[in-house]
Design a protein around this ligand. Structure first.
Ligand code: AMP
Ligand code: ZN
Ligand code: FE
Ligand code: FE
Length: 270
């Protein structure tokens, strides 16, 4: 009964639209998948509608970017009330901050003599949450960089000439936002942010799960996070962080899954 608990769509910086992701998940034999786009729930309803047709379960989710002590920490939220006004207001604010930030990055690029048009970036991002991958795609389209990776390496990565930091909340605030919307907060890929020192405090503040299984974690690292999760009473979760075919070193949908009991535990505890 495998479930992929971390999947992106075109509602943020994923390549597949929500319907296609659901169809792919079904074809792979998954029993459920969580849609976890950056700062938006827009992909959830179309995925849930497709899930009825494909006879698979979609778990509503989100991935919030936070910062603590200079480190970027991602917090996943599952099973929130999709109509909670405070939550919707807050994520809409986060998305507006993303638009402002990309606008500032475009200005920096123009100052560097690189012709890039904000409107093109917004067309590439579509209705969803705009991010640096969309700006990178615009640079590739304009022939400024050969690949998305090159666009990040030369211009968009932290410390690069066009980089502008994005507004981010503290992980405690993200945990509380998700809890207040009736959701289940999980620290995403702790191995990518090297943030295990935060786990005791976040568990105290209402964190309920830890994404121990992620393609970026070695087997040893996953075991380490499983032990930490047990120590702090957190549910162990995992997912692929799929962004689309050919994206991010070819990580495929379902590359990391957990048993459906994880979802059942969330539903009974969240
Ligand atoms: P943003 O949320 O706008 O800061 O963009 C972050 C996203 O950019 C991450 O979710 C990654 O998918 C992507 N990303 C970050 N660094 C790189 C990189 N070096 N190459 C390609 N994609 C990257
Ligand atoms: Zn992403
Ligand atoms: Fe993440
Ligand atoms: Fe992600």
């Amino acid at each position: 009964m495998p479930v992929d608990m971390h999947v992106h769509t075109t509602a943020s910086d994923g390549v597949d639209n929500p319907e296609d992701v659901v169809a792919r998940a079904k074809a792979l034999g998954l029993d459920a998948l969580a849609i976890t786009d950056h700062d938006t729930l827009e992909g959830v309803e179309p995925a849930m509608a497709a899930a009825i047709i494909y006879k698979i379960e979609v778990i509503p989710g989100i991935e919030l970017s936070t910062e603590h002590g200079g480190k970027e920490i991602h917090v996943l939220g599952y099973l929130m009330d999709l109509n909670c006004p405070e939550f919707l207001d807050k994520i809409s604010f986060f998305r507006n901050c993303r638009v402002d930030r990309i606008g500032k990055m475009v200005i920096k690029l123009q100052e560097l003599g690189i012709p890039v048009d904000i409107e093109k970036v917004m067309v590439i991002s579509g209705a969803g949450s705009v991010g640096r991958p969309h700006l990178a795609a615009a640079l590739v389209e304009a022939g400024v960089a050969a690949t998305i990776a090159e666009a990040f390496d030369k211009y968009l990565g932290a410390g690069c000439p066009a980089y502008v930091p994005r507004f981010k909340v503290d992980p405690v605030e993200a945990v509380q936002l998700i809890r207040n919307a009736g959701g289940f907060p999980v620290m995403a890929h702790p191995g990518l942010s090297n943030s295990s020192s935060l786990i005791p405090d976040l568990a105290q503040e209402g964190l309920l799960g830890l994404e121990a299984y992620h393609p970026a974690h070695s087997r040893e690292l996953s075991s380490y996070y499983c032990r930490l999760a047990e120590e702090y009473g957190l549910i162990i979760t995992g997912g692929s962080d799929y962004h689309g075919p050919g994206h991010k070193e070819g990580i495929s949908l379902g590359a990391q899954t957990v048993p459906y009991t994880v979802v059942q535990n969330m539903k009974s505890r969240g």
